[in-house]
Design a protein around this ligand. Structure first.
Ligand code: 5AD
Ligand code: SF4
Ligand code: FES
Length: 352
């Protein structure tokens, strides 16, 4: 076995240079995927946690160059769900057996703190774990939602290269993004972050830095997916096709952070018909089926070709269960919080 892969599997530590060496050598891909699959099996087992995703508003005040929800895109139908409708979707998702819901939206100021707290309270009364994915907020707002019962928060760093980040996210500050992540962590949320792979101007070195950043920030969940050019954005003419490299960044993340939760992302399946299954066999242990009802999911167009846009929550639930079972894995009946491994110490105190 390659010495660096062996080291990663045994010690869960690699330097930036070592990561770059592995990322550059395509002949090692299969070996890395297999090692990540073993580490996933050893630390988080064979169960797959399902998170039901409710996309409750596609209105966004930001203007990220890669994203179809950016405010300057006038080619999509915008929607925002009334709180009662979002609650209705959550109740339906609960009836399909989900243990965790993810509330995701653009950065939409229509949802005041009071509205969000009401929604969070209703979902928590269903006895579900709840993840928020609603962007950058003031610390006080994160605090209010945490007190209202939100358990987890997803905010991808997107790329850890400050210059590239600020080019791709005009008007946004890299330092503020990192500040938000630290505050989320301090407030006791399970912290989710992640990146896109294949962004224009992104180098292999940046990807190595991304993986090391995930470790440094103490992330509990990491979502990694290929960048897919959206034809209604300024990046429409950029190259796509970073499936294998995304898989590799994900697998190396599993090797370095063995006990975290890692989703098989929708973007992976968009580029490869079996993308989520391949990801689940290369380090991932989570899937996030869409539970948004009706035509809304079609309008939540981050990029074209997003999977499941014409399917129903009921169909997706049975589809994903069938897929998971087909590779000898099972759907978890638990909330799927991170079970920190006692033999492994991340930043400071470990878990005991
Ligand atoms: N390709 C792939 N992923 C994208 N996202 C946004 N636009 C794209 C795109 N064109 C991802 C970002 C964001 C998440 C919700 O979707 O990483 O954090
Ligand atoms: Fe808005 Fe998020 Fe899209 Fe940026 S990536 S435009 S913040 S929805
Ligand atoms: Fe939606 Fe398969 S998960 S159709």
């Amino acid at each position: 076995m390659n010495e660096l892969i062996k080291k990663a599997e045994e010690t869960h530590n690699l330097s930036k240079e070592e990561l770059v060496t592995l990322l550059k050598d395509d002949s090692l891909n299969q070996e890395i995927f297999h090692a990540a699959n073993r580490v996933r099996h050893k630390y988080v087992g064979d169960e797959v946690h399902l998170r039901g995703l409710i996309e409750f508003s596609n209105i966004c005040k930001q203007n990220c160059l890669y994203c179809g929800l950016r405010r300057d895109n006038d080619q999509i139908t915008r929607y925002r769900l009334e709180i009662d409708k979002a609650i209705d979707f959550a109740e339906k998702a609960n009836s399909y057996g989900y243990k965790t819901l993810v509330l995701q939206s653009g950065e939409d100021s229509f949802y005041t703190v009071d509205k969000m707290k009401h929604l969070i309270g209703k979902i928590k009364s269903l006895d579900l774990a709840l993840t928020l994915s609603i962007g950058e907020k003031a610390r006080e707002e994160y605090e209010e939602y945490r007190k209202a019962g939100a358990d987890r928060y997803l905010l991808r760093i997107e790329t850890t290269d400050k210059k590239l980040y600020e080019q791709l996210n005009p008007g946004m500050s890299f330092d503020n993004r990192v500040k938000c992540l630290k505050e989320i962590k301090e407030l006791g949320y399970e912290l989710g972050t992640g990146c896109m792979v294949g962004l224009p101007g992104q180098s292999i070195e940046f990807l190595a830095d991304d993986i090391l950043f995930f470790k440094e920030i103490g992330a509990d969940m990491i979502g990694i997916g290929p960048f897919i050019p959206n034809h209604n954005t300024p990046l429409k003419d950029t190259e796509s096709g970073a499936f294998e490299m995304s898989l590799k960044v994900m697998a190396l993340t599993r090797l370095l952070l063995p006990d975290i939760n890692i989703p098989a992302t929708t973007a992976m399946e968009t580029l490869n018909l079996k993308g989520r299954l391949i990801a689940l066999q290369s380090g991932a242990n989570v899937a996030m089926p869409n539970v948004t009802e009706g035509e809304y999911r079609k309008y939540y167009e981050l990029y074209q070709g997003k999977i499941c846009v014409n399917d129903t929550p009921a169909h997706c639930r049975s589809c994903i269960t069938g897929q998971i079972n087909s590779i000898g894995r099972t759907v978890s009946e638990e909330y799927g919080f991170r079970k920190k491994s006692c033999s492994y110490d991340y930043n400071s105190g470990g878990c005991c």
